[in-house]
Ligand binder design. Structure first.
Ligand SMILES: CC(C)(COP(=O)(O)OP(=O)(O)OC[C@H]1O[C@@H](n2cnc3c(N)ncnc32)[C@H](O)[C@@H]1OP(=O)(O)O)[C@@H](O)C(=O)NCCC(=O)NCCS
Length: 175
């Protein structure tokens, strides 16, 4: 596969735990403002915990983009609450493409995979994005997400607060 060939997108499994861990730690080191998790928290998770998460089933899963055999991007889906009144809402999380692979529609393909998956499980797909994160905001907007709120001081990273736009994609047929 050449560097420009379309990536393969598929759900990750426990067998991908090491590659996922390596990419995720690189993402948290490179773009700490973009994620709710910290490098230290993630580094403390054992490979077993990560493998279990990757095998948790369709309501807690991660899609990966592969260039050849290499994992170069991820996007996750979680239903945070199983309560009857909230389980129609899912979260798009952990969207990341390795720096050397950006600008080749991999982020779009990953988020599209999560949207296609989410349609079978939830009515609303929500996410939170730093208001200064222009690439991510643009990516989500082009895929139909709309802002419904603003969380001031949502994250505290290296002593600085980050405000996050709260965005949603309505997947109901009449949206
Ligand atoms: C955001 C991110 C996932 C985009 O991945 P990517 O593979 O480069 O994105 P794509 O090539 O699929 O681009 C899709 C859309 O994203 C937007 N986009 C991507 N890079 C952009 C940039 N540098 N500036 C502005 N918009 C950009 C555009 O709208 C683009 O659509 P277009 O090509 O039709 O104009 C990537 O930049 C990244 O991993 N950033 C660091 C982590 C992060 O911020 N994650 C999001 C957390 S909420």
């Amino acid at each position: 596969m050449t560097a420009d060939a379309a990536p393969t997108i598929r759900p990750l499994t426990a067998a991908d735990a090491q590659a996922y861990r390596t990419l995720r730690l690189a993402a948290l080191a490179e773009a700490p403002q973009a994620f709710g998790a910290s490098y230290e928290d993630e580094a403390a998770r054992s490979l077993d915990m990560i493998a279990r998460r990757l095998d948790s089933g369709p309501t807690n899963c991660v899609f990966g983009a592969f260039a050849g055999a290499d994992l170069v991007g991820t996007a996750g889906f979680i239903i945070p609450s199983n309560a009857a009144k909230s389980r129609h809402k899912g979260l798009l999380v952990g969207v990341h493409v390795a720096p050397g692979h950006r600008g080749r529609a991999i982020g779009r393909a990953l988020v599209t995979a999560v949207i296609d998956h989410a349609r079978h499980h939830v009515v609303l797909l929500q996410a939170a994005v730093g208001i200064a994160n222009a690439p991510a905001l643009s990516l989500y907007e082009r895929l139909g997400f709309r802002q419904y709120g603003l969380e001031k001081k949502a994250l505290l990273v290296d002593g600085a607060y980050i405000d996050e736009a709260l965005i949603v994609l309505d997947l109901s047929a009449d949206a």
